[in-house]
Design a protein around this ligand. Structure first.
Ligand code: NAP
Length: 178
C-alpha cells in the first residue's frame, strides 16, 4: 500500500483554527485538493470528516474514530490507521491518501511515502498544526510550483511534492506486511 498525505499549511505550520474552520480562502488549493483526491480512498480524522460533511463526491472516505458506535454518513470507519489501510487494501486500493487533521497527520507521517504540501505564504494564527515532517525523515523534492496571490487567492502559495528517501529503512515495520 502506497501512503500519500496532502495538506495545506502556512509558514508557521497552521492547518486550521482548531475549531472547525480553515482560516484562508484559496480556491486554487481547493481545486488542487479535489483533483488529487479524485477517485481515491482517503483517511480522515472524525473531526475533519465532520467538517467536510457533504464535500465528498467520488472519493471513498475512511473515517478514523475510537468511538465504536459512530457511523459516518458517507464511506467507512476504522479504529486505527492499520485498519484503514486494511479496509482500503480489501477494496483493491493501491494508494491511500491521508487528508488530516492534525492528530491524524502526526500519527500517519511515519508511514508516508509521499507528501503533497501546499505552502501558504502567510503567517496566520491557528489552533491546528502540521507536524515537523523533516524531523528524522529525509525527503527528495519531486516538484515545486509557485503561484502569486491574485483576485481570487488571497495569499501566494507553492505546491510541493516530496518523496521519502530510503522508505524501507525508516518506516516502522508494522506496515511492511500490508
Ligand atoms: N489545512 C489542511 O490541509 C487541513 C486538512 C485537514 C484538516 N485540517 C484542520 O485540522 C483540524 C482538525 O484536526 P484535529 O487534530 O482536531 O482532528 P482530526 O485529526 O481531524 O480528528 C481527530 C479524531 O480522529 C479520531 N482519531 C485520530 N487518530 C485516531 C486513531 N489512531 N485511531 C482511531 N481514531 C483516531 C478521533 O476521533 P473520535 O474522537 O471520534 O474518537 C479523534 O478525535 C481542523 O482545524 C481542520 O480544519 C486542515
Amino acid at each position: 500500500m502506497h501512503l500519500t498525505m496532502i495538506a495545506a499549511m502556512t509558514r508557521n505550520r497552521v492547518i486550521g483554527t482548531g475549531s472547525g474552520k480553515i482560516p484562508w480562502h484559496l480556491p486554487r488549493d481547493t481545486k488542487h485538493f479535489r483533483d488529487f483526491t479524485n477517485g481515491k480512498h482517503l483517511v480522515l480524522g472524525r473531526v475533519t470528516f465532520e467538517e467536510m460533511s457533504g464535500w465528498f463526491t467520488n472519493q471513498t472516505p475512511i473515517v478514523l474514530t475510537r468511538d465504536k458506535s459512530y457511523t459516518p454518513d458517507h464511506g467507512l470507519k476504522a479504529g486505527s490507521i492499520d485498519e484503514a489501510i486494511s479496509e482500503a487494501a480489501g477494496m483493491g486500493a493501491e494508494e491511500i491518501a491521508v487528508c488530516g487533521g492534525a492528530e491524524v497527520y502526526s500519527e500517519a507521517l511515519p508511514y508516508a511515502d509521499e507528501l503533497f504540501l501546499t505552502l501558504i505564504d502567510a503567517s496566520i494564527e491557528g489552533g491546528a498544526y502540521f507536524p515537523d515532517h523533516e524531523d528524522g525523515i529525509e525527503w527528495e523534492e519531486i516538484n515545486r510550483e509557485a503561484f502569486p496571490s491574485d483576485d481570487e487567492n488571497e495569499y501566494a502559495m507553492t505546491f510541493l511534492h516530496l518523496r521519502r528517501v530510503h522508505p524501507s529503512s525508516l518506516r516502522p515495520p508494522r506496515l511492511h506486511r500490508l
